[in-house]
Design a protein around this ligand. Structure first.
Ligand SMILES: [Zn+2]
Length: 114
């Protein structure tokens, strides 16, 4: 298994985590042990690790601005493009996703301003 880079926000240790999925046997994510951030879930461990290791790490102001901008873009996409076409049974998934993104943005802002 390849090495995991530390958490981009707190510098803490990261961990690989697998859980059973509805549509696939296992979902793989990498997350900070302190609960700061995690990747999306992937079909395989390697992709989850590569995704975790390939991201902003030097913590400069431009990167932070870009990260917050990307979260805004995803939230706008969920609100404007995804919500209108989601069936009522699936609505809670996207509603939770939006809430999680909002929480992620707040967490990032708090960590960045420290
Ligand atoms: Zn962390």
């Amino acid at each position: 298994m390849s090495d995991l880079r530390p958490c981009p926000l707190c510098g803490g240790e990261a961990m690989v985590f697998a859980f059973p999925g509805l549509k696939k046997p296992l979902n793989w994510i990498v997350r900070c042990r302190n609960g700061c951030v995690r990747t999306f879930s992937f079909d395989d461990e390697t992709t989850a690790i590569e995704t975790w290791n390939h991201r902003y790490t030097d913590g400069n102001a431009q990167d932070k601005k870009e990260i917050l901008g990307q979260i805004d873009d995803i939230m706008a996409f969920v609100a404007n493009e995804v919500n209108p076409i989601v069936s009522p049974e699936d609505y809670w998934v996207y509603s939770n996703l939006y809430d999680d993104l909002e929480q992620l943005k707040i967490t990032c802002e708090q960590k960045f301003n420290r």
